[in-house]
Design a protein around this ligand. Structure first.
Ligand code: ZN
Length: 133
C-alpha cells in the first residue's frame, strides 16, 4: 500500500455537510459524484495534500444508511492507494483478511476499489483503491 488516498465520512445530509466542510477547510468540494451501485452520493474535498470523501446514502439499503443507523455519522472508512488492486486483494486474502469483494469494482473518483471487512481489521473498514488510467 502506498499512502492514505482519502478518508471517508458518513453524513446524513450531504448538502449541509458540504457547507460545514467548506467552512472547515476554507475551500469548497471539487466534485460530487453518485455511485448508483453502492447507493451513495459522494463529495470530495482537498485539505492540503489530503482528500476527504463525504458519503450520503441515496436509499435505505445503502451501506451508508446502515452504518449511520448503527453508529451515527462519522468516519466510515480509510482508503489506501495501491498500484495493483488485484494483486493486493490476493495478497491480503492470503494473509487471512476478509475481502468484501473478490474482484475490484468501480468506485467514485475514477477508482477501482475493494473493501476489507472491519471484523478482520480491528473495526476499521479499509478501502483499497487503484486509479483507473
Ligand atoms: Zn472511499
Amino acid at each position: 500500500m502506498k499512502k492514505i488516498e482519502h478518508i471517508g465520512i458518513a453524513v446524513k445530509d450531504l448538502e449541509k455537510s458540504n457547507i460545514l466542510f467548506k467552512q472547515l477547510f476554507g475551500n469548497a468540494h471539487y466534485k460530487i459524484e453518485e455511485v448508483v451501485s453502492e447507493g451513495v452520493k459522494t463529495s470530495f474535498f482537498k485539505a492540503g495534500p489530503n482528500k476527504i470523501e463525504l458519503l450520503e446514502a441515496t436509499n435505505s439499503d445503502s451501506p451508508i444508511a446502515k452504518f449511520i443507523e448503527k453508529k451515527g455519522e462519522g468516519i466510515h472508512h480509510i482508503a489506501f492507494a495501491v498500484d495493483d488492486i488485484t494483486l493486493e486483494i490476493k495478497r491480503l486474502k492470503d494473509e487471512g483478511f476478509t475481502v468484501l469483494n473478490n474482484s475490484p469494482k468501480r468506485g467514485a473518483d475514477n477508482k477501482l476499489v475493494a473493501f476489507l471487512h472491519p471484523k478482520s481489521t480491528n473495526g476499521v473498514l479499509i478501502e483499497l483503491c487503484q486509479e483507473i488510467k
